[in-house]
Design a protein around this ligand. Structure first.
Ligand SMILES: [Mg+2]
Length: 238
């Protein structure tokens, strides 16, 4: 993806939204609008500090993990860094799980380049912004604080909506499928933005006349062949 075509694709989505005031631009959050990388790395650093006296080698390996070394799963990140002790990996997984979804940790997330500006411009041009995320309702406070901190338009329940999962344990794909039915009641979908190919495909099926984007950041690795009409972009820079 060269910069010129990325800009053209993103501009076309803004133009489509502007041509139909109130039409919806639908954004996933994690690894679409915000990178979870710094959240992963904070948890790794905290766990490494805990391991320091018991397993200094593993602690050193974990605290040296760079953003580019992160895998989608924390245990895969640790294995790739050279940690192979199964007890440590199991404990790390539990340590991570107890923190990754907590509101205070959400404040670590940095925006995908250009994302806050893109959302603000869409709103300025008359679009309705929908943040539709697999985060659950307990994460609403941290999500709202994080969006504000990073300069995204604030949810107001009308032109900017924040849709979270009612239940933590609902599979994301099931939740996104349910969201497509609510979206239709809120307005015409102009474009959707996702980092999961499976979810991008799901939106493409539900709204064949809209534009659908895949952010080439990171995804869960769940197998899916991306629909041929889903557009790939690296980020939101125009
Ligand atoms: Mg995501």
């Amino acid at each position: 993806m060269n910069d010129t075509s990325q800009r053209a694709l993103l501009d076309a989505a803004l133009d489509a939204a502007a041509a139909a005031p109130g039409s919806l631009l639908v954004f996933d959050i994690d690894d679409t609008l915000l990178s979870t990388g710094d959240r992963h790395r904070r948890i790794l650093a905290e766990y490494a500090a805990r391991l320091q006296s018991r397993a200094p080698r593993a602690a050193k390996l974990l605290s040296a993990v760079h953003a580019r070394d992160l895998r989608y799963q924390i245990v895969e990140t640790a294995r790739a860094a050279g940690v192979d002790d199964e007890d440590i990996l199991r404990e790390l997984r539990e340590f991570w799980f107890a923190r990754f979804f907590r509101n205070e940790y959400l404040l670590e997330d940095a925006p995908t380049p250009g994302a806050p500006e893109f959302c603000a411009e869409a709103l300025r041009r008359g679009a309705t912004i929908v943040y539709a995320t697999g985060r659950d309702e307990r994460m609403r406070a941290g999500t709202e604080r994080s969006l504000a901190l990073r300069g995204f338009p604030a949810p107001d329940g009308r032109s900017v909506r924040l849709k979270l999962k009612p239940r933590f344990d609902t599979p994301d794909a099931e939740f996104k499928a349910a969201v497509t039915e609510e979206l239709a009641a809120w307005g015409e979908v102009a474009a959707t933005f996702e980092n999961e190919p499976l979810h991008a495909n799901l939106f493409r099926e539900a709204f064949p006349r809209a534009r659908h984007f895949l952010l080439e950041t990171r995804h869960s690795g769940r197998p899916a062949t991306l629909h041929a009409e889903v557009l790939r972009v690296a980020d939101f820079r125009r």
